[in-house]
Design a binder for this molecule. Structure first.
Ligand code: ZN
Length: 190
């Protein structure tokens, strides 16, 4: 397969445009209420204004995650708000740059769409990377993170039970979200 090497300049450009500090909003429990704090929903904003023709697919992918997990919820950023997640469209292969758990940039690449891959599955899959999930390839269509290895006939946009549990644990686990921290930005292609 023809593969375009986009990692270097794209990653650098994305890094320059990303906030130095994460802008995550945390739903606060009552002060001093440790139990409420652990159960807080982590609200992550996403800006899909640059996702062009994929905007509805991106919104669908976000909605799927919102109905799949409780510890993290994706909300459209309001105008002028610095979003946790930027979603862009381009002509490359879909990919995600995760700067920290819940923060990063997603590209909905037309190369895969043109090959026949489903736009909602792509959107949900790439958002899964931002939510901390790695690729699991090769894998079956029932796995969201099997990505393109499940083939173009696979249109499943839903995470399986293990994938949902992993996100719940990362964002709401008893160790707290601080237990999961990527020290450097990670760019995942596909
Ligand atoms: Zn992937």
């Amino acid at each position: 397969m023809h593969v375009r090497t986009l990692t270097g300049p794209l990653a650098a450009a994305a890094l320059l445009s990303l906030p130095l500090l994460s802008g995550e909003a945390v739903a606060a429990g009552s002060p001093g209420d440790a139990a409420a704090s652990r159960a807080a929903v982590r609200v992550l904003t996403y800006d899909a204004s640059g996702s062009a023709e994929f905007r509805s697919a991106v919104d669908r992918g976000a909605a799927i995650w919102n109905q799949s997990v409780q510890s993290a919820q994706l909300r459209p950023a309001t105008a002028g708000q610095r979003a946790n997640i930027r979603v862009l469209a381009d002509d490359g292969w879909p990919r995600a740059l995760t700067t920290s758990l819940g923060n990063g940039t997603v590209w909905i690449g037309r190369q895969a769409v043109n090959e026949g891959y489903d736009t909602v599955r792509i959107s949900s899959h790439e958002l899964g990377h931002i939510l901390g999930l790695p690729d699991r390839k090769p894998g079956p269509c029932s796995s969201l993170m099997s990505g393109s290895s499940a083939g173009t006939a696979c249109t499943n946009p839903y995470p399986n039970a293990a994938e949902k549990a992993e996100v719940e644990n990362d964002f709401g686990g008893s160790a707290g979200s601080s237990a999961v921290a990527e020290p450097v930005p990670v760019l995942v292609r596909d």
